[in-house]
Design a protein around this ligand. Structure first.
Ligand code: AHR
Length: 497
């Protein structure tokens, strides 16, 4: 039998709810046809699809990043404000499509307000200028009688939006990025921008554009140069495979990346005497690149997510919880249609497999991450398989087949244990042992499951991968449950001392 030993008094981090953030980009059908579709019978008078927005609300996202992504590196925000019939069509060189600019800054802000989520905007550091960036910041946050603040007022928004999070570019390290830069060029430019932008609004928090924590040629240079001037360091990761074990185990790359990037940041802060915190935001992460992926231009990356992907997503979230000492924000990429938990169609929305673990974790994860030690079989994936991911030693194990994270409430009355059973063949009997507390009454067990690892939800069978809920009575220090093959199980229990 597997054993999970939880020590509720050993706190490993304060969980920041911003790890359940999202990202939407003007790409494919994410915005046009996803979030915004005036022709849809589900649209309100502003053209916003209410069914999509309701489905996003079910993910309880505290922060939403927009407008890109690669798109932002040629985006001029001015094109997306003012009367809609006067907004220009522009060629989007990132994704090879026409951008109609019908969903811009004001529409995004209204969307965030209605979802009760905080906006996180990203500057165009590709074709954009510093002047344009400062103007956007002033348009959003300006309180004085200035032309940019007045333009916002003219567009019907008297109160400033007070946007707190601003990204200094997107993936500027890649030659696929419009206007990409070397690490040294980026560091110098981002520093100049940061100093100027904080003159416009000193209350903003700036996000440096990182890579993945593992590329010394970018991460080390950029962290060292910018740690004084920014509040966040962003990293991106996409993993994925049609091979189940590879798909779920690749996610552990995050642990290694966090170790490296966390150390880079800690070292740079120490050497330079930087007192303010610089947290990591995984502001793009998800499963992608599977061979089932449809990457045709125009119908971009409308990934069909499997049960295996749902377990990968649950593992990502467990890692963010376990590493909540350094990760204070994460944004699943993306939220609608593109690589997304939510897919839209003429008859409504479809919740893909990955929707369910995200929704459950976002709704029930508690405030404090606590120590959870799992004793169970370990697995190393050595079989040949067809992947797009280049593996190094240790990338695919050995890792415990059960991935576990535990959180408890500040007042110590509630414990939530997330168990991802990546084993496609066997259920496991699990004994959850509390070393310093007892189960004290109601226990809710939520389970995400499906018939096999590659199961997907489709329009004519939307609940193949779904959620079930059961209740138990807990008492004493031990609770025994069985986690089925290929399942995500959340144990949500009342506890006492
Ligand atoms: O989310 C899709 C794309 O992946 C984003 O535009 C880019 O930042 C990343 O490479």
């Amino acid at each position: 039998m597997a054993q999970i030993t939880v020590t509720t008094g050993r706190i490993v981090g304060q969980v920041d709810r911003r790890i359940f953030g999202g990202f939407i980009e003007n790409e494919g059908r994410a915005i046009d046809g996803g979030v915004y579709e005036p022709e849809s019978r589900f649209a309100d008078e502003a053209g916003v699809r209410i069914d999509t927005r309701d489905a996003i609300a079910g993910l309880s996202m505290p922060v939403m990043r927009w407008p890109g992504g690669n798109f932002v590196s040629a985006y001029h925000w001015v094109d997306g404000v003012g009367p809609k019939d006067a907004r220009p069509n522009r060629w989007d060189p990132a994704w090879g499509a026409v951008e109609r600019n019908q969903f811009g800054t004001d529409e995004f802000m209204t969307y965030c307000r209605d979802l009760d989520t905080e906006p996180y905007l990203c500057f165009n550091m590709g074709t954009g200028t510093l002047d344009e960036a400062m103007a956007w910041l002033e348009y959003c946050n300006g309180t004085e009688d200035t032309a940019w603040a007045n333009l916002r007022r003219q567009h019907g928004r008297d109160e400033p939006y007070g946007v707190k999070y601003w990204g200094l570019g997107n993936e500027m390290w890649g030659d696929f990025q419009i206007g990409h830069l070397t690490a040294e060029e980026y560091a110098a430019k981002a520093k100049r921008w940061a100093l100027a932008l904080k003159r416009v609004d000193p209350t903003i928090q700036l996000v440096a554009c990182g890579r993945d924590g593992l590329h010394a040629d970018w991460d080390a240079i950029v962290v060292e140069a910018l740690v004084k001037y920014v509040d966040w360091y962003s990293m991106h990761i996409y993993t994925g495979s049609d091979d189940h074990w590879s798909n779920v185990l690749q996610v552990h790359q995050v642990d290694r990346a966090l170790e490296y990037a966390g150390a880079l940041i800690a070292g740079a802060r120490y050497r330079q005497g930087v007192e303010h915190p610089v947290h990591i935001t995984y502001d793009e992460w998800n499963t992608w690149f599977a061979t089932r992926n449809d990457r045709r231009r125009g119908e971009l990356v409308q990934e069909r997510h499997t049960l295996s992907d749902a377990l990968a997503v649950a593992t990502y979230l467990n890692i963010f919880v376990r590493r909540s000492d350094v990760v204070k924000m994460a944004n699943i990429a993306q939220v609608v249609n593109v690589l997304a938990p939510i897919v839209t169609g003429p008859d409504g929305v479809l919740k893909q497999a990955i929707y369910h673990p995200f929704a459950i974790a976002a709704a029930h994860t508690q405030e404090l991450a606590v120590d959870a030690y799992v004793d169970c079989p370990r697995y190393e994936h050595t079989e040949e398989h067809n992947d797009r991911w280049e593996h190094r030693v240790g990338d695919l194990g050995p890792f415990p087949v059960l991935d576990v994270a535990a959180t408890r409430s500040e007042d110590g009355t509630r414990l939530v244990v997330s168990v991802v059973n990546r084993d496609p063949d066997s259920e496991h009997r699990v004994s959850v042992v509390l070393s310093d507390a007892t189960f004290a009454g109601d226990v809710t067990i939520r389970t995400v499951s499906g018939p096999h690892p590659l199961a997907t939800n489709e329009w004519d069978s939307p609940d193949v991968v779904g959620v079930s809920e059961a209740g138990l009575e807990g008492a004493g220090q031990t609770l025994e449950i069985v986690v089925g093959a290929c399942t995500y199980t959340q144990i949500d229990a009342a506890i006492g001392v």
